[in-house]
Design a protein around this ligand. Structure first.
Ligand code: FAD
Length: 633
């Protein structure tokens, strides 16, 4: 492998979404030579698709907001399974990260008195999402990219080379992490266009690869989201947590079939849109769970008054956390009250003027007009749940984003813990910025502690990784060959049907059996035709390894957790169980198979416990855990 293209860096960041770019900016700002690798075009990541906004308790629209309220909302949304330290750092640092974006050039929508405007979203007590119409992610990525360019210009001025401190490798897919013993030493990847391999050496690697949605048939995720970072971490020996928690966003498009799953932003509901069954009935009032009864309106009149007088009325139930709304829609359809295409109606046309809709939701108007020939200023949208986000990911140290593998860091959607069992809308964009920055700083700290020492990448490790990536070209016996497209379709069906929004033990056992069979067949995956030059069949064959590993984690952990909480709903175990609140399920690879183990959740610090009433905590915690708040401080 001596002739393989090779590069040396201090830090490699895999992923150029919000988390990856913020980590790279931080690493470069610490004077480290940094590479950013991304599977698709630079600028094309899920972050760019984010519509609603960035959650940060700036208190611009309601001065009652502060980090403690944001922390409380996040913990409630995650049903207290969140890593409390991550939720604390996130709530305290999100406003600084938003203001910092302004210094990079972001142009947020403004309030009448000129401050950054903030909008309502499900599960957030106050208007909290800083936004740019319904194109917030685009502005976030635009400004982070602009910052990258300005750093590159500074490097050019100093070194005569734009890429001296920060280089972007676009349309470049990483297939494996390279290790020296148990330490990270680099990555192996390939240029998607030519299929040529590249070895990158670096003592620190930050995973920022986003989600896993492409393992499910109906999803808001695009083609890149095949759980690569999750699988790379597993294969390198790291532990994933919370993998049973997959978020089904309540509102994806359901018609026409070619666009099924594409997201309909929660801002539609945040700005006044309501959900109705086929007969036009506003059904969410039937689905307010006991734990949220005190905070949500129980009549349409009160719910409607809340938009103009939030201090004296309770919130509309359409703004319950996503897991609750998704289950409600699922049930309406199951009970036969759904629309002709198997969804429910989302009605903003009868609630806002056409002008307001065009101003607040321009992308949604465009999306429905172009894709479904529906004019949302006068017609209702048809919507239903779609696989959207994975709460589970690499277990990290909250302060440094370090995983248990020395030199391996993770931030953004690929990291686990922050959102517990269910993420609140808007909390992802803030998560990316807060923990992206921390991961870059964590990598810098790690390098400083290493001193001059550098792990080595052995030739044998590179040869193994190359051979493994080329395996789909080696299956020559036509009778045994498996086609990556059909196997992918089967995997998606299994996950959607048997490990989807409502789960039960028998179905998940069946899913695991079917996944095991797909795994056996995947050993005979063959590239249907062509060579390594831009060959989508080969790309998918490589992605499938990752999707399979991640799907096995989701199904195995979901089978083990015998309760319902957040994004994990068991028909056979319908209630929450305090024993499980204190338990994290970890997934690791042992001899190539996924092993699930139970780990205690770190107990929450007393001052944070005291931000909640003992009555509220009593709904989630055991009496023993509550002793600390039952005594006066
Ligand atoms: P991403 O932005 O997903 O980027 C991942 C990067 O990793 C990409 O560059 C990809 O190419 C790269 N990558 C992946 N695998 C490899 C590999 N093997 N090799 C090299 N590169 C690789 N959240 C909010 O907070 N507010 C919202 O309003 C909102 N709206 C959303 C709307 C939609 C339609 C979707 C899909 C999500 C939305 N979310 C929202 C969620 C949020 O956008 C994502 O969770 C978040 O952007 C993930 O960011 P990230 O930086 O972790 O990864």
């Amino acid at each position: 492998m001596a002739d393989i293209e090779s590069h040396d860096y201090d830090v490699i960041v895999i992923g150029a979404g919000g988390a990856g770019l913020r980590a790279a900016i931080e690493a470069r700002s610490h004077g480290l030579r940094t590479a950013v690798l991304c599977k698709s075009l630079f600028g094309k990541a899920h972050t760019v698709m984010a519509e609603g906004g960035i959650a940060a308790a700036m208190g611009n629209v309601n001065s009652g907001d502060n980090w403690q309220v944001h922390f409380r909302d996040t913990m409630r949304g995650g049903k207290f399974l969140n890593n409390w330290r991550m939720a604390e750092l996130h709530a305290t640092e999100a406003p600084q990260r938003v203001w910092e974006l302004e210094t990079y050039g972001a142009l947020f929508d403004r309030t009448a008195d000129g401050r950054i405007s903030q909008r309502n979203f499900g599960g957030h007590e106050y208007p909290r999402l800083a936004h740019v119409g319904d194109r917030t992610g685009l502005e976030l990525i635009r400004t982070l990219q602009q910052k990258v360019v300005s750093l590159q210009q500074a490097d050019h001025a100093e070194h005569g080379d734009y890429e001296a401190g920060l280089r972007v490798f676009a349309e470049f897919a990483v297939t494996d992490l390279l290790l020296d013993g148990d330490h990270v030493a680099g990555t192996l990847g390939y240029w998607r266009e030519s299929g040529r391999f590249v070895r990158l050496r670096a003592p620190a690697v930050v995973l920022a690869t986003g989600g896993i949605g492409k393992s499910f048939k109906v999803t808001s995720n695009s083609w890149e989201y095949t759980g690569d970072g999750h699988a790379l971490a597993l294969r390198a020996g790291a532990r994933l947590i919370n993998m049973e928690f997959v978020q089904f966003h309540p509102t994806g498009m359901v018609w026409p079939p070619s666009v099924k799953g594409i997201l309909v932003t929660e801002s539609v509901r945040g700005d006044g849109g309501v959900l109705r069954d086929a007969a036009g009935r506003r059904f969410m009032f039937d689905y307010i769970p006991e734990v949220f009864k005190d905070s949500y309106a129980d009549s349409p009149d009160e719910a409607d008054r809340w938009y103009s007088d939030p201090d004296n009325n309770r919130r509309p139930p359409e703004l319950l956390p996503r897991d609750e709304v998704a289950r409600a829609i699922n049930n309406e359809v199951k009970e036969g009250r759904g629309t002709p295409h198997g969804g429910v109606y989302l009605d903003v046309a009868s609630r806002l003027t056409a002008d307001e809709i065009m101003r607040r939701l321009p992308s949604m108007h465009h999306q429905f007009k172009e894709l479904a020939d529906v004019d949302i200023t006068s017609e209702r949208m048809e919507v239903g749940p779609t696989c959207h986000y994975v709460m589970g990911g690499v277990e990290v140290d909250p302060d440094t984003a370090a995983s248990s593998v020395p030199g391996l860091f993770a931030a953004g959607e690929v990291a686990g813990g922050m959102h517990g069992s269910n993420r609140l809308g808007g909390n992802s964009l803030s998560d990316l910025l807060v923990f992206g920055k921390r991961a870059g700083a964590g990598a810098a700290e790690y390098l400083a502690a290493l001193g001059g020492e550098r792990p080595e990448v052995s030739e044998a490790a590179v040869t193994d990784a190359v051979n493994s990536a080329l395996a789909p070209f080696e299956v020559t016996d036509a009778r045994g060959q498996e086609n990556p497209y059909s196997l992918h379709a089967e995997l998606q069906q299994v996950m959607n049907r048997l490990v989807g929004i409502i789960r039960d033990g028998a179905e998940m056992c069946s899913a695991l059996e079917q996944l095991a069979e797909i795994r056996q067949r995947a050993a005979r995956l063959a590239v249907p035709e062509g060579n390594r030059q831009f060959n989508p069949g080969w790309h998918l064959a490589l992605d499938l390894r990752n999707m399979l590993a991640v799907s096995e984690c989701v199904a195995s952990a979901a089978l083990r957790r015998t309760e319902s909480r957040g994004g994990h709903t068991r028909d056979d175990h319908p209630s929450m169980n305090p024993k499980w609140r204190g338990t994290l399920l970890g997934c690791e690879l042992r001899d190539g198979s996924v092993e699930v183990t139970e780990h205690p959740q770190p107990p929450m610090r007393e001052d944070l416990m005291r931000l909640f009433s003992p009555e509220e905590l009593g709904k989630y915690f055991t009496e023993e855990e509550l002793a600390v708040v039952r005594t006066p401080s």
